[in-house]
Design a protein around this ligand. Structure first.
Ligand SMILES: Nc1ncnc2c1ncn2[C@@H]1O[C@H](COP(=O)(O)OP(=O)(O)OP(=O)(O)O)[C@@H](O)[C@H]1O
Ligand SMILES: [Mg+2]
Length: 190
């Protein structure tokens, strides 16, 4: 059974919250709610909504939560079965990601971190940042840099939909699809 209330959050912008929340919501056929402006209402019509004030909901939902923590955000965190915090590996993102995780830690007992936009040949350079993230004691997932992410939002197709189209796309998007499956598996463990 998948987690019912799935929240993507990071105080740092541009880390992949909207990209992954859209793909996960559409693949699970969940509604997607956000307090942050993006194209989700156009690419996921009737199911995605951008609202000034988000409310908690006691049924399946994915939240794409923009970067500040107020009382409404805290209510959403507390209602979440899982909070997914995507980050990139640049030093600024790492600092704000660690800060974000520490701030939300007491509100939800299942938090996972996505190290996003991974380039394998650069991992060594970011060893210290990765160690710092590991220090938070949360599960880490790695998702590689891939044009599938940009294409997904551009075309309104999930990573699964892009991958599954034909044999060519299955080959083209094999790596990112595998990474993304691990995220779906982690969500479905609930
Ligand atoms: N794994 C990836 N590979 C390539 N590009 C990526 C990847 N993840 C995210 N991006 C790109 O990074 C940019 C930011 O992603 P996204 O909009 O999902 O982040 P966000 O956290 O929602 O940002 P914001 O804080 O602005 O709402 C987008 O242009 C997206 O295409
Ligand atoms: Mg966004």
């Amino acid at each position: 059974m998948a987690y019912k209330v799935i929240t993507f959050f990071n105080k740092k912008g541009g880390t992949g919250k909207t990209s992954f929340s859209f793909s996960v919501a559409k693949d699970l056929n969940y509604p997607l709610l956000s307090n942050d402006d993006s194209v989700i209402e156009e690419i996921y019509p009737n199911k995605a909504k951008i609202l000034d004030e988000l409310e908690t909901i006691d049924h399946d939902v994915v939240y794409d939560l923009g970067g500040f923590i107020d009382t409404d955000a805290i209510k959403i965190f507390k209602s979440s079965d899982i909070i997914i915090v995507p980050t990139t590996l640049d030093i600024n993102s790492i600092k704000r990601t660690i800060n974000s995780v520490m701030e939300i830690n007491s509100f939800c007992n299942k938090i996972i971190i996505i190290i996003n936009r991974v380039k394998k040949d650069k991992l060594n350079k970011y060893r210290q940042s990765i160690e710092a993230l590991k220090g938070l004691g949360k599960p880490l997932l790695y998702i590689r840099e891939s044009e599938a992410i940009t294409n997904s939002i551009h075309l309104g197709k999930t990573i699964t939909e892009l991958y599954s189209k034909n044999n060519f796309t299955k080959n083209q998007y094999k790596g990112i699809y595998q990474d993304y499956q691990e995220l779906l598996e982690a969500i479905k463990e609930g």
